[in-house]
Design a protein. Structure first.
Length: 88
């Protein structure tokens, strides 16, 4: 049987290399970031990402990079729960 953490919000299996759309993010997770970073994290909702890894807990990982006002790159890497993603 497929590990439920390796499925999307519709129960479709996901694997490294798959493209997923973030449909929601846990509000408690978002609130762990400073306010200026919350905007960046929330902007990931609705966007598409390639799964580049799966951690030891069976959660797929995606990342996004931004450049701040000074041109410095910022990267956020997040693990997704099934209800937070939809496989495309």
């Amino acid at each position: 049987m497929q590990d439920p953490k390796l499925c999307d919000c519709h129960g479709k299996p996901v694997a490294i290399g798959d493209i997923v759309r973030i449909v929601t993010l846990n509000q408690e997770f978002i609130e762990n970031f400073p306010s200026e970073e919350r905007i960046l994290i929330e902007s990931m909702i609705g966007q598409f990402f390639k799964i580049y890894g799966i951690d030891e807990f069976g959660q797929p990982w995606v990342s996004k990079e931004w450049h701040d006002e000074d041109g410095v790159m910022q990267t956020h890497i997040i693990a997704l729960d099934p209800e937070e993603m939809e496989r495309i």
